[in-house]
Design a protein around this ligand. Sequence first.
Ligand code: ATP
Ligand code: MG
Length: 421
Amino acid sequence: MIQLVRGFRDILPGEAMVWQQVEQAARDRFECFGFSEIRTPVIEQTALFKRSIGEDTDIVEKEMYTFPGSKDTLLTLRPEATASVVRAYIQHKLYAADPVRKLYSIGPMFRRERPQKGRYRQFSQINAEVFGIESPYMDAQLIYMLTRFLDALDVPGLRVHLNSLGCPECRNGYRDALRAVFSGKTDRLCSDCVRRIDRNPLRLLDCKVPGCREVAADAPSMADFLCADCDAHFKTVTAGLDAMGVAYERDPRLVRGLDYYTRTTFEIQTDALGAQSAVAGGGRYDGLVEQLGGPSVPAVGFAIGMDRLVELVMAAQPVLLRPPAVFFAAMGAEAWKRAFQWAGELSDQGIRVEIDFSERSLKALMRRADRLGAQFVLIVGERELEEKTVSLRHMATKAQTAVPVDNLVAVVKEKIWESGV
Ligand code: ATP
Ligand code: MG
């Protein structure tokens, strides 16, 4: 039998229902804050990701699914969403009427990482991006929105980690300080990090190799290098979070795996997922729109890892498939035909129905209805059809009512309504 490709996954019905709930909760919450949905393709020109995510990142160096397109272009399955959303914002001049745009999107991303629990080669994200607002209150509002969304899902043990990476100017001083520390410790660093010391020493702070983590733990803190403007910006972010009662931990070594971040960066972390601690991450990327050929527009956003979040939600609550409201225990050709019509009419009223078309005894049909958790069973046999009444059984109370066939849909609907589901 041909099996699933390693690093990819099937989302089976029980879990898929939780995905729907999480997606709907995000849509509802984000739309309260003025976000609208954008859908971009999963394939983009490779150059888009190279220019935005950065040439020295793990993603661009080794994780992208890249293949030849037409002519000389290379194409890549998107490893993240922000670059595509920025491209669309520029390409369709979404800034023309008003530079402020709040966009969200939901969909799969692709990275050729080493597959393990919580780390897949296709995974899904919910992304939110805000364009055109430089105010630190926007950063705080975005983090507030994200944490309220997570709170509503009742996932325990999530922490907000917060840092500022400063602007390109003040970060230069920090880079120099990191280089000075790291270049004396190359014997303890992985080969990627040694190679990146010169070009991009911040990458080392995000390396997951244990030796590099130890070295990173003693690295200088960006907080000591922020310029006055960046410092003031960050202070307003934290004051905004304090005002809204959002708890956070300052994490001076939080850098994130993409190069485009400036100033505020944050991550939602948990201890409940083993080695994979990040549930969501984001931050400001004030230079990216201009860098990709658009106007100079500040921006801030985040991405939620759906696979990890759903795993946490499922650990906190049992997953139950929605049972049918009405199960038709129909026996015989004539009964199937009538039940088939009634089921259609009930479904038109928004009622969940299930019919068993197999030739089974009433006892076996009742057992199946029970197993599915059906709320009501309609017993339809040849005799019931002759007498023009069928029995409606309420499974929880075992109460049985005779329902006239001429008025079946209305009566069943009323019974369901009375029973309060
Ligand atoms: P990590 O530190 O775990 O590698 P990341 O910093 O690479 O995460 P981002 O690029 O910021 O992650 O993506 C945002 C979120 O997407 C992460 O917080 C995580 O929940 C999820 N995510 C990232 N990569 C994967 C993956 N390979 N499989 C499943 N989820 C992922
Ligand atoms: Mg990663």
